[in-house]
Design a protein around this ligand. Structure first.
Ligand code: SF4
Length: 701
């Protein structure tokens, strides 16, 4: 028996990216506590993070490769995957195959998968479930700043005098960040404004809750821009020196939102509350505006992001202490995936297909002459192509699209008819049932690599448990398939440290400062230095001794002319309006104690205790109109599907609106997958689906 040991790692759940100390006792049992030395959480953990030690059992794990549902040897499974992908590409071209990956992957896993698909298969058909999470923020950042940049750091939450939370139930979805904000609220009287159609736990504890009509955020922020101009709060010197497009943007904003009264009418708000918010924003230099899935998961998500960014550009409040726009991501490594090019429209290291020289540059670095030269299919389009047979071989890594994608019933039908489906995952999921080849992937605690949280902080995730059965890390599985496809030289990776060094070197390759994502200073880490890497912010270019904290505060932007761009946006109507047949707006989202489709958190009784079954929240008037009482079993129908859940009647919902958690699926409640109700309608810039405004009807069963 060996002595107890403690390993410093990072939480695998939300984008806060807390540090965790995992203690493995001599008898092999694991306990966790917050890492007091980690800058994101300083020793604290939320309910999910503190229960991590209880999620590590082998129940439900995929422990061996399987071919057609039968246990197989690694060599046979890998040979089959490589052969079927190679044959499909030879017959139908590189765009006939696709990877659908995950913000649960580590950066090194993501890097290798992206390199294989874009660099060596020669298609950009690799997209990630982060498409469902924050793609609109990526698109908005690129339109305004020229690159996908989050300018601020978490300390800004504590140094701000006003924090505006838009479409973000921070108290439940980013709990430790919320605790930091509440501590600042108590200490220095930070004002908190919550903009959300629901009265969430976050809205219950703020100075002003704007419970606006769903989807009217652009109108509210266009009104704010008009107000800032009208009251002299625009920083004219900053706008003149560092931006372009202000006049046209302001013109459209004023036409869209000419008065507080018009904004209040359009957003269904009290004009006095709108005026209060506008007054506080105009008069508070240190303002942080936080936005999350309520903004991103929309058919107009990118415009919403830019409406917010416009107000920060107009006031010059970007990248300085206590001020700036701040996108908080859902997943632990949504940022790392963005960095390596995990999105179908990104190439690698923040280079995209919009720069014609970028594919050649990345191709030179990888020695990959057949590199993809145009964007691939984004998630919703990818599954559409699986369904109609354009994509004939699909590899799903670490995610559960059979439940989580919009119009999930159609996604399941597509998976069923696809010629060849590979799933690599930790546990059996709704999606793994469709796998021709199922591959056992290493879980949290077994794998090694890095993740990047919402404030650009790169942290190590470390192994402290042996890999059970035949389980292997994702980077190894992808590399082995690549080697069998004939790309052995490029995928001869000895381990995650070497992959990280290559990723870091690519970020600096032919980078004269035009791209802010540059971690070239980490490209020379030894294996031991990588192992001991302490959390640090990017950029970290060659010669740096510390990662950069805030970005863009100097007014220099990574655009062709160095200026930020105002983006003129107007309030559009709902992409999916309600009607007589489907009169209620359904919103979907997270609960405090659950994560994604509950494959881990669903194992922990104390996390299940607060919400043991799926429940749809309803306004009392809507419930009464249908004769629904609290606790009744109800049927929720949309044009795309039907689910069943218990009714919960409360004060959280506006009249005409309902809320269903996103977590439940086959193992826990087969008929309650919220994705079955959602429409495959997407934002035209980001490709992110509309998950917050689904017309439904709700009837008692
Ligand atoms: Fe994990 Fe997020 Fe909770 Fe931190 S706040 S412990 S990262 S789930």
């Amino acid at each position: 028996m060996t002595d107890a040991r403690e390993v410093r790692t990072a939480c695998p759940y939300c984008g806060v990216g807390c540090g965790v100390q995992a203690r493995v006792a001599a008898d092999g049992t694991v306990s966790v506590r917050g890492d007091p030395g980690h800058p994101a959480n300083a020793g604290k953990l939320c309910s999910k993070g503190s229960a991590l030690g209880e999620t590590l059992g082998l129940d439900g794990r995929v422990l061996h490769p399987e071919i057609a549902g039968r246990r197989a040897a690694w060599d046979d499974a890998l040979d089959l995957v490589a052969r079927r992908f190679s044959e499909t590409i030879a017959q139908h071209g590189p765009d006939s195959v696709a990877f659908y990956v995950s913000g649960q992957l580590l950066t090194e896993d993501y890097y290798v998968a992206n390199k294989l698909m874009k660099g060596f298969i020669g298609s950009a058909n690799i997209d990630t479930n982060s498409r469902l999470c924050m793609a609109s923020s990526v698109a908005g950042h690129k339109r305004a700043f020229g690159e996908d940049i989050v300018p601020g750091v978490y300390a800004d939450f504590e140094e701000a005098d006003l924090v505006v939370l838009v479409g973000s139930n921070t108290a439940w979805c980013h709990p430790i960040l919320y605790q930091r904000l509440l501590a600042a609220w108590a200490e220095r009287g930070t004002r908190i404004v919550v903009i959300d159609p629901r009265r969430t736990a976050t809205a219950a504890e703020c100075d002003l809750h704007l419970q606006l009509k769903p989807g009217t955020d652009v109108l509210l922020f266009n009104g704010l821009l008009a107000h800032l101009a009208g009251c002299g709060a625009v920083d004219q010197a900053y706008v003149a020196a560092h931006t372009s497009g202000f006049d046209a943007t302001l013109g459209l904003a004023v036409a869209d939102a000419p008065s507080v009264r018009r904004v209040a009418d359009g957003c269904d708000l009290d004009p006095a509350d709108v005026a209060t918010f506008y007054g506080w924003f105009a008069s508070t230099e240190r303002t942080v505006t936080v936005y999350s899935q309520g903004v991103n998961q929309s058919a107009h998500g990118t415009d919403k992001v830019n409406a917010i960014l416009n107000c920060h550009l107009a006031t010059g409040r970007i990248g300085r202490p206590g001020m700036g726009p701040f996108s908080v991501t859902g997943q632990p490594n949504a940022m790392g995936g963005r960095e390596v090019g995990g999105l179908a429209n990104q190439l690698a290291a923040h280079m995209g297909f919009d720069d014609p020289s970028a594919p050649e540059r990345v191709g030179r670095f990888w020695n990959a002459p057949d590199i993809a030269r145009r964007p691939g299919l984004k998630a919703v389009d990818m599954f559409e192509a699986v369904g109609d047979g354009r994509i004939k071989a699909l590899w799903v890594m670490g995610t559960n699209p059979a439940v989580s994608m919009p119009d999930a019933g159609k996604v399941r039908a597509a998976l069923k008819t696809c010629q060849f489906v590979v799933v690599s995952d930790v546990t059996r999921t709704d999606t793994s049932h469709f796998a021709d080849v199922l591959l056992p992937a290493a879980a949290w605690g077994e794998k090694d690599g890095t993740v990047t949280n919402s404030e650009r902080l790169i942290s190590r995730q470390k192994s402290f448990l042996p890999m059970p059965g035949d389980v292997s890390p994702d980077w190894w599985i992808v590399s082995e398939v690549a080697r069998r496809m004939g790309f052995a030289e490029a995928f001869d990776h000895p381990g995650p440290a070497a992959i990280f060094r290559e990723h870091a070197a690519l970020s600096a390759f032919e980078n004269d400062g035009a791209r802010l994502f540059d971690i070239g200073g980490l490209a020379g880490l030894t294996d031991a230095e990588y192992d001991a890497l302490v959390p640090l912010h990017w950029p970290f270019p060659i010669g740096a001794s510390a990662g950069a904290q805030r970005l863009l505060g100097d007014g220099l932007f990574p655009t062709a002319d160095g200026r930020a761009r105002f983006v003129a946006v107007r309030q559009e109507g709902a992409a999916l309006p309600v009607d007589a047949a489907f009169p209620l707006v359904l919103n979907t989202g997270r609960l405090r104690d659950q994560w994604h489709t509950m494959t881990r958190t669903g194992r922990v009784p104390r996390l299940m205790a607060n919400a043991p079954e799926p429940a749809v929240e309803l306004n009392a008037s809507d419930a009464a109109a249908q004769g629904i009482a609290d606790g009744d079993l109800v049927r929720i129908d949309s044009r795309y599907g039907c689910v069943r859940a218990k009714a919960r009647i409360g004060i959280g919902q506006r009249m005409g609106e309902a809320f269903l958690p996103m977590h439940w699926s086959g193992r826990f409640a087969a008929n309650a997958a919220a994705g079955s109700l959602s429409a495959p309608v997407t934002d035209p810039f980001s490709g992110q689906p509309e998950l917050k405004h689904v017309p439904v009807r709700i009837m008692r069963e």
